[in-house]
Design a protein around this ligand. Structure first.
Ligand code: NAD
Length: 250
């Protein structure tokens, strides 16, 4: 018996990194996965991995920053699998730039994906999750808990995810649903491997958010997401859980 037997989990960002690892983790624990990502090839590859391990995954290709796509992904998951038990908002983007170089397009794109995408998926999924006593796990970041030089837009979006999570938790506190977020520190994924920094940096400003420990593996994050989404975490609601190796502890 797996702890997610009979459960359906919709994962945004399932094509790569933390999303991929979470799809494999939850499927290994018995969940049926509905993946939602803009990267169709990546989704198909993860679906093959899930199937090879004996699990089941369906895919929706779309952009989380578009409300209609989020509605379609949620409705598609419920139509395909009959119900929805878990929504994990994992899709996200991150880049660094000087404040003076931030364009309106870059700002709007970051907020559209990292904030609006989370909200639209929550909005669409909440009625279905209330029906199943389900739950939401949002992926914030240490950048949502502390100020970070050169990632002002990213930190703004992750701070918004932190308080969106708390506010949703309060609005639905009388309903049978749990809503939480985890706040990872650095994780070894394509996001960090392909990261580029702007010129003319003062590295001493970045030291407080580099931390002392090595980056986490995506699987370490998937394990925490699985715990928070499971019945074992039944008392956790409205929490922001740092998973950062002590980065925000001091
Ligand atoms: N890697 C880290 O160090 C780190 C640290 C803290 C928080 N996070 C957060 O974890 C989450 C996952 O990041 P990751 O490290 O696995 O990165 P990743 O780049 O490996 O995966 C991100 C996924 O999101 C998808 N995505 C991006 N924009 C999208 C859009 N508009 N619509 C649909 N899908 C979209 C990508 O296609 C990709 O599959 C992000 O929210 C990120 O901000 C990552």
């Amino acid at each position: 018996m797996g702890r997610f037997d009979g459960r359906v989990a919709l994962l945004t960002g399932a094509a790569s990194g933390i999303g991929r690892a979470t799809a494999l983790r939850l499927a290994a624990d018995g969940a049926t996965i509905a993946g939602f990502d803009r990267d169709g090839e990546g989704l198909a590859a993860v679906a093959r991995e899930v199937a090879a391990a004996g699990g089941r995954m369906t895919s929706t290709v779309g952009d989380v920053s578009i409300r209609e796509s989020c509605m379609a992904a949620v409705e598609g998951a419920v139509e395909a699998h009959g119900h929805l038990d878990v929504l994990a908002n994992i899709a996200g983007v991150c880049w660094s730039e000087h404040v003076a170089d931030t364009t309106e397009e870059s700002w709007d794109r970051m907020l559209g994906i990292n904030v609006s995408g989370v909200f639209w998926c929550c909005q669409a999924a909440i009625p279905h999750l209330i029906a199943t006593n389900g739950n939401i796990v949002n992926i914030a970041s240490n950048a949502g808990l502390m100020g970070q030089a050169y990632t002002v837009a990213y930190s703004t979006t992750k701070g918004a995810v932190v308080n969106m999570t708390r506010s949703l938790a309060m609005e639905f506190i009388k309903e049978p649903i749990r809503i939480n977020a985890i706040a990872p520190g650095g994780v070894d994924t394509s996001m960090t491997r392909n990261y580029s920094l702007p010129d003319d940096l003062d590295f001493s400003l970045m030291q407080p958010y580099i931390g002392f420990r090595e980056m986490a593996d995506a699987e370490e994050l998937a394990n925490v997401i699985a715990f928070v989404a499971s019945a074992e975490a039944s008392r956790i609601h409205g929490a922001i859980i740092p998973v950062d190796g002590g980065l925000t502890a001091g």
